[in-house]
Design a protein around this ligand. Structure first.
Ligand code: SAM
Length: 245
């Protein structure tokens, strides 16, 4: 059978495609792409001319099956998305799962993904972190998720759109309080920017001068009860804390 190659593409700067990614894209029989028009432009830029099939969130299930048949028939296929790593807040999961279940050859190429740059450039602890992808567009759902994350100790990463970023920061301020955060914007592009500071500072900065473009929000994890007033604790909890320290 043929191999499914998962191929990351740049998240802005076209130089961020690997030599191996280019070779694989040249060698495969077909490319499955989230948006064939976008991907056609990208491939043309690199002078690669391959048959493209669309693979997006609305046809993932059916399209996975036809791609599986192609792989079984011996064709090799590259899976790409509009930007970054396929499957990371992008289509891909369904196909990858089916390829694994069918025991077909699968290869994942390393490459750009926005959250890695955002995490490393945020200056926040990166030894342990959680990727949350996009929060819900519905306020109630969003709040519910944030409440669940209130005592998450690891640094958290969120993908966000410029239209919702202020609402999200407001919700976060309500739930998380004065945490540190960083907004990573337009990564790898000409106007790349990191805004670092407390969540209220990030909000104020955006209220003064709204920002467009793609963004990743990085939020410090819960730092334990040390800064909280002891009055919130019961006598037993207080004693336990004192004994621990
Ligand atoms: N598959 C992609 C990846 O590996 O990062 C993510 C695709 S997701 C549909 C798009 C979101 O990723 C954007 O809304 C933004 O949160 C983030 N993103 C992608 N490119 C970015 C960039 N150059 N700068 C900042 N954030 C970016």
């Amino acid at each position: 059978p043929g191999t499914l190659w998962v191929v990351p593409t740049p998240i802005g700067n076209l130089e961020d495609i690997t030599l191996r990614a280019l070779r694989i894209l040249r060698e495969v029989d077909k490319v499955a792409a989230e948006d064939t028009r976008n991907s056609r432009k990208l491939l043309t830029h690199f002078e690669i001319h391959k048959p493209l099939v669309s693979y997006h969130e609305h046809n993932e299930k059916q399209r996975s099956q036809s791609i599986l048949r192609d792989l079984e028939a011996g064709l090799s296929i590259a899976l790409i998305s509009d930007a970054g790593m396929p499957g990371i807040s992008d289509p891909g999961f369904e196909l990858i799962q089916q390829v694994i279940d069918a025991n077909l050859p699968l290869e994942i190429l390393p490459g750009a993904s926005a959250f890695v740059n955002a995490l490393v450039g945020s200056g926040l602890p990166n030894g342990r972190f959680v990727f949350e992808g996009f929060l819900s567009r519905e306020k109630k759902e969003r709040k519910k998720r944030l409440e669940k994350l209130k005592e998450e100790e690891r640094t958290m990463l969120f993908y966000e759109s410029p239209h919702r970023i202020k609402d999200t920061l407001k919700d976060m301020e309500e739930v998380f309080g004065e945490r540190r955060g960083a907004l990573a914007r337009e990564l790898t592009k000409r106007y790349e920017e990191f805004i670092r500071g407390s969540l209220p500072f990030l909000l104020k900065t955006l209220e003064k001068a709204p920002r467009k473009g793609e963004m990743v929000l990085v939020v410090e994890g819960f730092q334990g009860r040390k800064e909280e007033a002891f009055q919130d604790l019961t006598i037993e909890e207080h004693l336990l804390l004192v004994m621990e320290t």
